[in-house]
Design a protein around this ligand. Structure first.
Ligand code: NAP
Length: 350
C-alpha cells in the first residue's frame, strides 16, 4: 500500500486546482486525482479539467480582459499540454486555456497528478481510504472533494438512442460537427446555459430553436436580450420534448414537442438536440460516506467554511454549490478548503 498522504484532492476544475496551489504552497504535498480519460467520462462530461474544458470564451474570470494571450500560453504551458488546446483567438482566455493554466500553476508548486477516478471511499476512520480506477488504494489524513457537477439529460429512451448522433449536452464540444453545419438545431432549457449554447450554435447552424417549458426565460436579462435579438434564434415557449425522432442512417431528424398549456403537439425538423437543463453533482462515490443535500450535493456543515459532515474531509466548488456555480466562486472555495485543511491538520499537530 502507498504511503499515507497528508491531503488528497479529488477533482480537476477550478476548485481542485486552486486547492492544490494553496495546499502545495503550504507544503502539504497534495496528490490530486484529475479523473480518468475514458468513454464513460467523455459521454457524461466528466473528463479531466471539468466543465470549463467544455466551454469557449470565459469572459467573467477576473484578470483576463480581451487580448492576445498566445505568447503567455506558449511560455507558461509545457508543449505536451498545448496540443490539447483549441486554436487561440484574441479573446482573453478560453475555458480549456484557463484550466491548463491552473493545472500548470498547481504542478509548478509540486502537486502530483494522477489521471484516474476515485471510485470508492472509506471515510469511517483515519487515515481515509480511497480506491482509484487503476485498482490501487490510497490513504490520506485529509481529503478535499472537488468533483463538480455534470450536465443533465431528459431521460427519454429516444434521447439515449441518439446520443452522439445528434443529441448532445455540450454545444461547444459538438456544435461545430459537420452534421449540424447549416442545419436547424434545437436547444432545450431556459437558463443562461441554454441561451449561451443557442448563441454559440448560431455560428454553425442555419437556425436554432430554443425550447422552454414556460413563457419566460430563467436566464439573466442581458442573456435573454441576446436570445431575443438574435435573428437566428426562435423560441418555442411552453414546450417540452416528447420524443426525439430519427433513424440509424441520419441520426436525429426532428423532435416532437408537447405543449404545457394545452396546444397541439409540434414537430420541429432539426438535426440536433442540445440539452441545457441543469446539472447533477458528481457525488455517487460518496453516498453513505458524507452527508449530502436532497439534490445530492455535498453538505457544508459550518457557515462560510468548507467542512463536511466528516472531520478531515472538506468540499469545494460545484460539488457543494448549486447556487453560484461560477469558476471564480469554485476557485475561491478551493482556496478556502486548502486553508481549512491546513488549519485542521495543524490543530492535530500533523
Ligand atoms: P439553470 O439556471 O438551473 O436552468 C436550467 C433550465 O432548464 C431552466 O430554464 C429549467 O426550466 C430547465 N429545465 C430543467 N429541467 C428540465 C426538464 N426536465 N425539461 C425541460 N426543461 C428543464 O441552469 P443553467 O442554465 O445551467 O445555469 C446554471 C448556473 O450557471 C446559473 O446560475 C447561471 O446563471 C450560471 N451560468 C451563467 C452563464 C453566464 O453568465 N455567461 C452561463 C451559463 C450558466 P425552468 O426555468 O422552468 O425551471
Amino acid at each position: 500500500m502507498a504511503e499515507i498522504e497528508r491531503v488528497i484532492i479529488i477533482g480537476s476544475g477550478p476548485a481542485g486546482w486552486t486547492a492544490a496551489i494553496y495546499a502545495a504552497r503550504a507544503a502539504l504535498k497534495p496528490l490530486l486525482f484529475e479523473g480518468a480519460i475514458n468513454e464513460k467520462n467523455a459521454q457524461q462530461g466528466t473528463l479531466p479539467l471539468g466543465q470549463l474544458a467544455l466551454t469557449t470564451e470565459v469572459e467573467n474570470f477576473p484578470g483576463f480582459p480581451p487580448g492576445d494571450l498566445s505568447g503567455f500560453l506558449e511560455s507558461s504551458l509545457p508543449e505536451d499540454r498545448r496540443g490539447y488546446l483549441p486554436p487561440h483567438g484574441k479573446h482573453g482566455v478560453s475555458g480549456p486555456e484557463l484550466m491548463e493554466l491552473m493545472r500548470a500553476q498547481a504542478v509548478h508548486f509540486g502537486t502530483r497528478v494522477i489521471t484516474e477516478d476515485i471510485t470508492q471511499v472509506d471515510f469511517s476512520r483515519r487515515p481515509f481510504r480511497l480506491h482509484a480506477s487503476n485498482g490501487e488504494e490510497y490513504q490520506a489524513q485529509a481529503v478535499i472533494v472537488a468533483t463538480g457537477a455534470r450536465a443533465n439529460y431528459l431521460g427519454l429512451p429516444s434521447e439515449d438512442r441518439f446520443k452522439n448522433r445528434g443529441v448532445s449536452a455540450c454545444a461547444v464540444c459538438d456544435g461545430a460537427l459537420p452534421r449540424f453545419r447549416n442545419q436547424p438545431v434545437a436547444v432545450i432549457g431556459g437558463g443562461d446555459s441554454a441561451v449561451e449554447e443557442a448563441t454559440y450554435l448560431t455560428h454553425h447552424a442555419s437556425k436554432v430553436y430554443l425550447v422552454h417549458r414556460r413563457d419566460t426565460l430563467r436566464a439573466s436579462k442581458i442573456m435573454t436580450q441576446r436570445a431575443t435579438d438574435n435573428p437566428k434564434i426562435e423560441i418555442a415557449w411552453n414546450r417540452t420534448v416528447d420524443e426525439v425522432l430519427g433513424d440509424d442512417e441520419n441520426g436525429v431528424t426532428a423532435i416532437r414537442l408537447k405543449s404545457t398549456v394545452g396546444d397541439d403537439d409540434l414537430t420541429l425538423e432539426v438535426r440536433g438536440m442540445f440539452l441545457a437543463i441543469g446539472h447533477t453533482p458528481n457525488t455517487d462515490f460518496l453516498k453513505g460516506q458524507l452527508e449530502l443535500t436532497e439534490k445530492g450535493y455535498v453538505k457544508w456543515v459550518k457557515p462560510f467554511r468548507t467542512h463536511t459532515s466528516v472531520e478531515g474531509v472538506f468540499a469545494a466548488g460545484d460539488v457543494g454549490d448549486d447556487y453560484y456555480r461560477q469558476a471564480v466562486t469554485a476557485a475561491a472555495s478551493g482556496c478556502m478548503a486548502a486553508l481549512d485543511t491546513e488549519r485542521w491538520l495543524a490543530s492535530l499537530g500533523e
